[in-house]
Design a protein around this ligand. Structure first.
Ligand code: 8OZ
Length: 365
């Protein structure tokens, strides 16, 4: 058998990736003072720099956009400086890194919001889900509906965050349009009951996501702007009554903006791939840029989908937490380290930077 396409180099807009393995964005809640990425975070990403592309953990574009304790931001000088150390460490190892730009919308808690106010949402409907604050999983707070006059400020926050990301040395940005956060909340009719130009039909519900994609791509270049989508995930209590035409429309519009990639969570985030019927091939066909496929991939499925032309790059999530050298392990069909769930969210080096590479494990034998 010939080696898998997964290990071939690939172009992503203006940059060349060493292979087709992408590290998916993974929330780890280890930001330091001022919600900046610290030295451990630089070490963590540098350890994983053999991936063709790293996508950072979701990083809020404003204080209002934060929904969990100790997640990093990309809106202050200190945060830009913290991320600069991360991108320098990754680039020194020959890696490439995008940052994921995040606004959580209604998936937040008053204790994290400016002046202890309500989290914001398309409509004043609480999600039946929990967030992680004060070291514990806690019900999200009831949100308030955004005023129409506040929407330009949201778009501007994403735009400025993208400029900050370039200043911090990132190779590009990924807009978080997935998993029941603000842009997904606007797009899907389970959370959006607005009656203005941002609610109602598909074009109106998709408007905020597309406004953000346009503003970000105009600010830093469409060839450095990607987006993550999750058409059918039930994550964070999100739902839509008819996702296929919604996402067909969104992808047609993103295509017109020349975005460099769509990163598609196929199925339920971190769960079943067949949770609901959806034709991902339709998105693949419509979009002329790079298609990054995610969710439950292993070497066999990745190789199969790449060979079939169903994807260009494959994003791996949890396996990257426990395996800094995941690319090497996949290539040599080596066993994978097991994930320690107790150290996923928050803490220090344990379960973050101390997972051994194959080489380190063999040297210790
Ligand atoms: C796990 C815990 C907290 C946030 C996502 C940003 O699902 C997240 C997230 C994941 O996209």
């Amino acid at each position: 058998m010939s080696p898998s396409k997964l290990f071939e180099p690939s172009k992503l807009g203006p940059i060349t990736l060493a292979n087709r393995v992408v590290m998916a964005p993974l929330t780890r809640n280890r930001a330091v003072e001022g919600l900046a990425a610290g030295p451990l975070t630089a070490e963590y990403y540098a350890q994983r720099a053999s991936a063709g592309l790293l996508i950072s953990e979701a990083s809020q574009v404003s204080q209002q956009g934060q929904g969990y304790q100790d997640t990093p931001g990309i809106y202050s000088k200190a945060q830009i400086a913290g991320w600069r150390k991360v991108t320098d460490a990754v680039h020194a190892k020959g890696g490439r890194i995008f940052i994921q730009l995040w606004h959580v919308g209604r998936i937040s808690h008053v204790s994290l919001q400016p002046d202890g106010g309500a989290p914001v949402a398309p409509s004043a409907i609480a999600a039946k889900t929990k967030t992680f604050v004060g070291g514990a999983f806690t019900d999200v707070s009831a949100p308030r509906a955004l005023e129409l006059s506040e929407i330009p400020g949201i778009v501007a926050a994403f735009r400025q965050a993208a400029l900050n990301a370039v200043e911090a040395g990132f190779d590009g940005v990924e807009i978080h349009g997935a998993n029941g956060y603000l842009l997904d909340q606007f797009a899907k009719d389970g959370a959006n009951k607005r009656t203005d130009t941002y609610g109602g039909g598909i074009e109106n519900r998709a408007r905020l996501m597309l406004d953000v994609a346009k503003a970000v791509s105009e600010a830093i270049g469409a060839d450095r702007t990607g987006i993550r989508l999750s058409p059918v995930t039930p994550a964070n209590d999100i739902s839509d009554s008819n996702p296929q035409p919604l996402f067909d429309y969104i992808v047609d519009q993103l295509n017109a903006l020349n975005l460099v990639y769509i990163h598609v969570i196929e199925g339920a985030t971190g769960g079943a791939r067949d949770v609901a019927p959806f034709d991902y091939g339709s998105l693949r066909k419509r979009f002329h840029g790079t298609y990054i496929a995610n969710n439950g991939y292993d070497l066999a499925l990745a190789t199969k989908q790449l060979d079939a032309g169903a994807a260009d790059l494959i994003a791996f999530g949890r396996p990257f937490i426990a395996n800094p050298d995941l690319v090497e392990r996949l290539k040599t069909k080596a066993p994978l380290n097991e994930l320690d769930r107790a150290t996923l969210y928050g803490g220090g080096a344990k379960g973050y930077t101390d997972y051994p590479t194959l080489k380190a494990a063999q040297a210790a034998e």
